[in-house]
Design a protein. Structure first.
Length: 119
């Protein structure tokens, strides 16, 4: 059974950092792209970043470029999102998701992890 479990969220002050993890199981992890998406209160879910199956191609939303870094460890079936210089507008529930390719739609979601940026 496919499963994605996010962790690493929490409360952080503006300018701080967090690293989110997405642990995957139940499918051939190294054959799929993995994306991070987020949903803030009252807003639609938006794409944040995506990494291809081999880990050699990534993309980022303009709002996080230069601050967030996505990476993956196929030996550990885990994708990471390093978030630096966090801003209050980064507050959201962050979800990881399985995609056949970063340009295609989501196949499955995790349960999400809350990130709150506030002083």
């Amino acid at each position: 059974q496919l499963q994605l479990v996010e962790s690493g969220g929490g409360l952080v002050q503006p300018g701080g950092s967090l690293r989110l993890s997405c642990a995957a199981s139940g499918f051939t992890f190294s054959s799929y792209a993995i994306g991070w998406l987020r949903q803030a209160p009252g807003k639609e879910r938006e794409g944040v970043s995506c990494i291809n199956k081999d880990g050699d191609s990534t993309n980022y939303a303009d709002s996080v470029k230069g601050r967030f870094t996505i990476s993956r460890d196929n030996a550990k079936n885990t994708v990471y999102l390093q978030m630096n210089n966090l801003k209050p507008e980064d507050t959201a529930i962050y979800y990881c998701a399985v995609k056949v390719h970063c340009r295609l739609s989501v196949r499955a979601w995790g349960q999400g992890t809350q990130v709150t940026v506030s002083s």
